[in-house]
Design a protein around this ligand. Structure first.
Ligand code: WT7
Length: 670
């Protein structure tokens, strides 16, 4: 919201209200199957209410009790919460190591030889690592990092395919106290470079390449490009996993093979006792300005919250095979492929690939092959499966499934119903989890043994989370009225800061709705409503962030990429509704005077965005225009552009538009 007119935003909220009118009509209820509830960690709505009440009355005592019983601490904390708004510290003075909680503590139990990670590679290879084996690999790799000069506090970049080494790398960093910053393997060299520079990473861990959708993704070549001419000067060394065996350049003195160093490394590496508030990782995410922000998460609170949310919301049991289809490059992979599951001693499945034309049924093959019990994916994937038809999942045995999850964007009731019937066989509760990179873990979510669900609603706050929908003055809005989703009390895994940018942290999250009577509001950036039964319905972003296939993209980020092309004078990017992806990037572009709009230039600009950011940001459509609709103060009226992109009539007030003829021209297209 940093550059937006409050009036514009207010109009947006009213607009999206009509857009979800259909969802308001949703009255179907799905109660948890009795059989499920009996065996669940949280067995009834009364139990949820009890926990919620207890937590709301004294959040600190609530979390402290769980921290004590659920995690191992080398030393107990002196203070549960130190809240100097907007800066929170949890379990101050406590000593803890998340890699210890994810690995070592399971070795003295029967879980020692339980599968910690089951990995399925894209070309069909696979690997299972027990807790004992994973522990050994992590210890060895932690020693490799130390040998290469990585010390506590040094940042390490991870740019990898979905292979076990990605999880091993993260856990090894955590073990020695080196904050990791994982960069999604689909990001371009430019995007990688920006993140490595901002994080001042000392070392980068990558692979020669990875397999994705029948293609080899040349990761090491991207790293070389990101580092060329010493353009990310903090990076001293690069560690390379051999995955594809394609030829790559290895720079003497800078680049090292993982397997060569790992082979000789000692497996003795005690976990470093970390301060509860030591940084565990920095994860970059899109915001409203052109530059992604480094979301800082710390150790103790994050460990506790990712652990508890997985346990209660996904009802993780020791017999479960649990599969989250995300990539470790996103927060979902951090919290719910690696840290949450392993801290719980669960079996976490990792898949290198993705459904594609040549193998559209690969997900269901994997569910059958490993007897997956809990399956977590994104609405965009579900909608893609709907399009492919029921035959694919029906040709596989999916009877092992007992719970389904969804995340990343609002799920339309139709997709929810299909997921429930075709994948869940009308027997699996669906857990629609609303959360963000910044929240570290699920914030609004059903507890599957307790919560009666409504298709399209993420239901209620997790115990300990005080969520509300308010207006811009912080006053709660009426039932079923659209407003801004806020969190009113600090929680253990909340974002601690924007890396090296506390001003941006304050501005983005804490000042859109100013504090009132000592009450601070964490501004999530989402519109929401609460219905007559207290259910939360997410209405989507209210800032300049769009959601393409569950991936968060800043419109200004894409705009900056476009205007960095010499042909572009001005660019405005909006989300265009898309049946499968949720939204698609739609760019309005004004060219430099002498440039001629044609198909070749469209292709070139799309490719330019891919080069600057990555394939996920590739515009679906580019429309050339002589001018942008602007207010008299020169602000681009994106609301109008959104209407135009969606092929709708321009809605609402256009009285502030400076030059009305621009609108007419835009309607006509290029
Ligand atoms: C944004 C956060 C947290 C993991 C994935 C994305 C949207 C996320 C839901 C949901 C409706 C959702 C929100 C949020 N979102 N989950 N269940 N229902 N919207 O993390 O990249 O940080 O994006 O994703 O708009 O603000 P992220």
């Amino acid at each position: 919201m940093e550059n937006r007119d409050i009036d514009e935003i207010k109009k947006d909220i009213t607009m999206s209200e009509s857009a979800i009118e259909s969802v308001l009509q949703e009255k179907r209820l799905f109660t948890p199957p009795a059989e499920f509830s009996q065996k669940a960690h949280i067995k009834s709505i009364e139990q949820y209410h009890q926990l919620y009440k207890e937590a709301a009355a004294d959040p600190e005592a609530f979390w402290a009790k769980l921290a004590e019983t659920e995690l191992h601490w080398f030393e107990k904390w002196d203070k549960i919460l130190d809240w100097q708004p907007p800066f929170a510290k949890w379990f101050v003075g406590g000593k803890i190591n998340i890699s210890y909680n994810c690995l070592d503590r399971h070795l003295t139990t029967w879980r020692k030889n339980k599968a910690a990670l089951i990995w399925e590679g894209e070309p069909g290879d696979s690997r299972t690592l027990t807790y004992l084996q994973l522990h050994r690999e992590v210890c060895q790799f932690a020693n490799v990092l130390k040998e290469l000069g990585v010390k506590k506090g040094d940042r390490v970049g991870i740019y990898m395919p979905m292979i076990p080494e990605a999880a091993i790398a993260m856990l090894a960093c955590a073990r020695i106290g080196a904050p990791h910053t994982v960069v999604f393997g689909g990001f371009s060299a430019e995007a990688l470079r920006g993140r490595l520079i901002d994080a001042e990473a000392k070392l980068v861990i990558t692979a020669d390449g990875g397999f994705r959708k029948d293609k080899v993704v040349a990761l090491k070549a991207q790293v070389d490009k990101a580092l060329e001419n010493n353009s990310a000067p903090s990076v001293e060394k690069v560690l390379v996993v051999q995955r594809t065996k394609e030829p790559i350049h290895m720079e003497a003195g800078r680049d090292f093979w993982w397997h060569e160093l790992q082979k000789n490394a000692s497996a003795d590496c005690p976990a470093e006792p970390m301060d509860s508030e030591d940084v565990l990782f920095i994860l970059y995410t899109s915001g409203t300005t052109g530059k992604p922000k480094g979301v800082v998460h710390t150790t103790g609170g994050y460990n506790l919250y990712s652990h508890m949310t997985l346990k209660w919301a996904f009802d993780i049991q020791d017999t479960d095979v649990y599969w989250c289809t995300a990539d470790v490059g996103w927060i979902t992979g951090h919290s719910y492929i690696v840290y949450g599951p392993l801290s719980n001693g669960a079996t976490s499945l990792m898949y290198e690939g993705a459904p594609r034309k040549s193998n559209p049924g690969c997900f269901w093959d994997i569910v059958e092959k490993y007897g997956v019990n809990i399956f977590y994916t994104a609405p965009t994937a579900i909608r893609a499966f709907m399009k492919m038809g029921e035959e694919l999942p029906k040709a596989r045995d999916l009877s092992s499934l007992r719970l389904l999850g969804t995340v990343g964007e609002p799920i339309n009731p139709e997709a929810w119903m299909w997921y429930n019937r075709v994948i869940g066989g009308d027997r699996c509760p669906i857990v629609d989890t609303w959360w963000q990179t910044e929240t570290g873990g699920f914030m609004l979510t059903p507890l599957p043994g307790a919560t009666t669900t409504k298709p399209g609603s993420c239901t209620f706050p997790f115990p300990g989370i005080i969520a509300e929908v308010v207006d811009l003055d912080g006053n709660p809005v009426a039932k079923n009225q659209g407003g801004y989703l806020v969190i009113k009390h600090p929680w253990p895994s909340m974002i601690r800061n924007v890396y090296k940018n506390p001003d941006r942290f304050r501005r983005t999250y804490w000042e859109n709705i100013p504090p009132k009577d000592g009450q601070h509001f964490y501004f999530a950036g989402d519109g929401a409503r609460i219905d007559e039964d207290g259910y939360f319905w997410i209405m989507g972003r209210v800032d300049d962030v769009i959601n393409v296939s569950g991936h968060r993209l800043g419109t200004m980020e894409v705009e900056s990429a476009l205007v960095s092309h010499p042909a572009v004078a001005e660019a405005a990017v909006v989300g265009k509704p898309d049946e499968v992806k949720g939204e698609e990037v739609f760019a309005f572009v004004t060219l430099e005077g002498d440039r001629i709009a044609n198909e070749d230039l469209v292709k070139e600009l799309k490719q330019h965005v891919v080069k600057e950011i990555g394939a996920i940001a590739r515009p679906g459509e580019i429309r050339f225009t002589d001018g942008m609709p602007k207010t008299r103060s020169g602000k681009i009226m994106r609301r109008l552009l959104r209407n135009l992109a969606a092929g709708q009539e321009v809605a609402g007030d256009t009285s502030t538009l400076e030059d009305r003829s621009v609108l007419e021209k835009l309607r006509g297209g290029a």
